[in-house]
Design a protein around this ligand. Structure first.
Ligand SMILES: Cc1cc2nc3c(=O)[nH]c(=O)nc-3n(C[C@H](O)[C@H](O)[C@H](O)COP(=O)(O)OP(=O)(O)OC[C@H]3O[C@@H](n4cnc5c(N)ncnc54)[C@H](O)[C@@H]3O)c2cc1C
Length: 487
């Protein structure tokens, strides 16, 4: 089924309030300034699914039902589905300026678990895959927005889940019941939780024998009893948060949250892994190939807006593209590099026997390293082009700009090119401030996992000795040039 933005907003209003910020309960996340911009943006993605002009970008034909569905409710079974994922996100970033977690992370978890549940059932005779299939059909039928909770509290990073003093540092099964499980623990920095109707959970890393309680994957309603959500808010910048938002306020945003699971009941039908330590590291492997290929398009989409805002600033400052063309070219090249690398990893991907399609791991992980680097360069060049007004603390607040005492004069000080108003300059600068040093920065560095894990996969997947052999053959070197393995 397809849902409109209005239907989505209505359903969001009906959810049990369980999101807090500044120590207070947010009664209605669809109107509270902490979460409203994000939820409005998610509604926009629903509307773009129903708009004939953008429908093909945001929807596809479901592999399970043959019906048209929002992309984020479907299983991706062919390269075109992954390319569709990328292109939807690039378009979404261009329209909203930011990332929409509930149309991404839960979807990717569902796809990551597709192959893992299939393999577990083959080995253990369990019925996880059938449960996941039913959940996927339920998500499609209800056109659900789905957040994805992977990152546990983790505590001492030098020790595993089972070695933490507080078991809650990793989400775990506290009690097995005939009809389901009771779970407890923390998931942290979860993107777009406020806009989600369901949350899919999976392990952040592989578990060892003895850590069965932590080998857990499941789905819960975002407003399930026992779940408390603390919003870290990335909807807007801190300046707009602390000072009244006016015509310069950011109308876009995502959110990130800390989730406290306190004895949450999950019915058996929504449990997709329960103790299988051997398979507990597999979901993150599958998740990261999909996520790390597609995020190339997310950062490219935001990069497109950053280029536009930087050039817009140049023009409102009374300059043309000419003095900045080298930098603008380089920004565009960076955008196309992460986008193209994502496409490349998809072109070299493979189907799993379960039907799900996964991009090539080496290319996807190499892309993660680029995604953790190039967008920061794009932002640096944008600030360079735009001028000091975009740097922290160099733009007056809306309240000052509208002060009855000095507002008019202050605005005159911000006048730019003829044919533009000072307000145009402020608005463009505020957007760029948000995109480069503010809350608009997507999870380039750590979203989807740290670049170090990408480098680890590159190290493990690259055939170093074989490369030396290519060189030895060409250079006619007889010595084997092998490194002795350390004992
Ligand atoms: C904008 C944003 C959105 C996000 N959205 C989501 C989301 O929707 N869902 C979700 O589940 N998560 C989300 N995350 C969380 C993200 O996945 C994590 O931030 C990421 O996996 C890194 O974990 P961490 O922040 O706990 O860093 P840490 O684990 O504290 O890592 C810090 C550094 O230490 C290194 N390190 C950590 N452990 C070790 C070790 N044992 N040995 C050597 N080096 C180590 C890491 O590589 C990294 O360089 C989001 C993050 C951001 C920034």
């Amino acid at each position: 089924m397809l849902k409109t933005g209005a239907q989505y907003l209505e359903e969001m209003k009906a959810m049990r309030p369980n999101i807090y910020k500044y120590g207070k309960l947010i009664e209605d996340p669809t109107t509270d300034p902490i979460t409203a911009a994000h939820i409005k943006n998610v509604a926009m993605w629903y509307d773009r699914s129903c708009d004939p002009a953008t429908q093909d970008l945001y929807t596809t034909t479901s592999f399970l039902t043959g019906e048209r569905a929002h992309r984020w409710n479907t299983i991706m079974t062919k390269p075109e589905d992954l390319v569709g994922n990328m292109d939807m996100k690039r378009d979404g970033y261009r329209a909203c300026g930011s990332c929409m977690g509930p149309c991404c992370a839960g979807w990717v978890i569902m796809n990551a678990l597709w192959s893992v549940t299939y393999d577990m059932d083959k080995e253990y005779g369990t019925d996880y895959h059938e449960r996941l299939k039913k959940f996927a059909m339920f998500a499609e039928e209800k056109a659900l927005s789905l957040a994805g909770a992977i990152t546990d509290g983790k505590g001492n990073r030098g020790a595993g889940a089972g070695a933490q003093e507080d078991p809650d540092l990793y989400l775990h099964v506290k009690e097995q019941r005939p009809d389901g499980i009771i779970i407890s623990g923390f998931k942290t920095q979860i993107c777009g939780t406020a806009g989600a109707q369901y949350v899919l959970c999976m392990p952040t890393t592989g578990m060892k024998p003895g850590e069965e309680a932590y080998a857990l994957a499941c789905a819960v309603p975002r407003d399930v009893e026992g779940l408390t959500i603390i919003e870290a808010r990335r909807s807007s910048d801190t300046r707009a948060e602390s000072e009244a938002e006016g015509w310069d306020g950011i109308r876009s945003g995502t959110t990130a949250a800390y989730m406290i699971f306190d004895d949450v009941f999950v019915p058996t039908e929504h449990v997709f892994m329960n103790g299988e330590t051997k398979y507990s590291g597999k979901p993150i492997g599958q998740f990261s190939t999909i996520y790390r290929s597609c995020i190339g398009a997310c950062v490219a989409g935001q990069g497109d807006v950053i280029i536009g805002a930087a050039l817009g600033m140049a023009r409102v400052n009374g300059l043309s593209a000419k003095p900045f063309q080298d930098r603008l070219n380089q920004m565009a090249i960076h955008n196309e590099t992460t986008y193209g690398m994502g496409l490349g990893s998809i072109m070299k991907g493979k189907n799993h026997p379960s039907g799900a399609f996964y991009p090539n791991g080496l290319l996807a992980h190499a892309n993660k390293v680029l995604v953790g680097t190039l967008p920061y360069e794009v932002k640096r060049m944008a600030v360079d082009i735009a001028g000091g007004i975009v740097e922290t603390g160099c733009m007056p607040s809306y309240k000052d700009l509208t002060s009855p005492i000095y507002g008019e004069k202050l605005l005159s000080a911000l006048q730019g090119a003829p044919g533009t108003k000072p307000e145009d300059r402020v608005k463009m600068a505020r957007l760029l401030e948000w995109l480069t040093i503010g809350g608009g920065i997507p999870g380039c560095m750590h979203g989807g996992g740290s670049p170090d894990t990408g480098k680890l996969v590159v190290r493990l997947s690259t055939k170093w000795d074989q490369y030396v052999d290519y060189a030895r053959a060409l250079a006619d070197v007889e010595a084997p040039l092998k490194e002795e393995k350390k004992k």
